[in-house]
Design a protein around this ligand. Sequence first.
Ligand SMILES: Nc1ncnc2c1ncn2[C@@H]1O[C@H](COP(=O)(O)OP(=O)(O)O)[C@@H](O)[C@H]1O
Ligand SMILES: [Mg+2]
Length: 271
Amino acid sequence: MASENLLELNDIEAGYGRAALVLRGLTVKVPAGSVVCLVGPNGAGKSTVLKVASGMLAPRSGSIVVDGEEVTGSGPQSMIRHGLSHVLQGHSVFKEMTVAENVSLGAYTVKDKAEVQERVEFVKNLFPVVADRWAALAGALSGGQQKQVEFARSLMVSPKVVLLDEPSMGLDPKTTSVVFEQVVRMREAGIAVLLVEQNARRALETADIGCVLDLGRVHITGPAPELLEDPQLAELYLGGGGGTRDADPTEDPTPSEARSPELSSPAPERT
Ligand SMILES: Nc1ncnc2c1ncn2[C@@H]1O[C@H](COP(=O)(O)OP(=O)(O)O)[C@@H](O)[C@H]1O
Ligand SMILES: [Mg+2]
């Protein structure tokens, strides 16, 4: 893994309007060739981190550096040009349009037709389901397949770093695994990933580096496998020892799922 950072968010303070700050001195670094995962409970500010990184929300203070270049204060269009692509939380495919049309929308800033064609071949190769269902209406695809269409769309601008906001949301565990496999394939294709997840344990199993968000800062960061092994972290943020520890019913009558709903299985896919 190369050591230089493709994205640095340094000491970021950010919030909405006059409300209290959501991010209070947050620092996250995404090295080339890596998947960095930011975990934390609902409302912790995970999506806010990605909005700051993609220029949707200007930070009050701190700096954003992309591949060595300071880009703090750039808007979304400029951030795309600098190499950041953002896959928003929730489902954003246009169901009445074909997969081809959805993916092509991602290239609306790319003028060179040959380059667009090259990117189409790249994403079809990376996401076989996108190639197989190219002419189908996006609404006819399952939720997991639609997520891959969103991934493909985000890669049409040849990003250096992709920002993924809760890609597993609303997907069943099996489909979630497929989507996380595709995240690994993006890394293998040379794209760094900043992944945000409520599904902390599953995401840390996929990531190289984990960051735990608490009170608007990165509370703990380190190699993801080490975070998964840390008993205190598991207890506080990952809903106990998960599959590796037997629950002692005399210790706490509350099932760990009840304490940490974010770690229980996501709701079954509805689409
Ligand atoms: N557009 C917005 N306007 C005002 N407050 C917002 C907005 N979006 C998020 N917030 C608030 O910011 C905090 C962090 O939200 P968010 O980043 O979406 O958390 P997460 O993605 O970790 O669930 C929450 O308290 C939320 O209510
Ligand atoms: Mg969110």
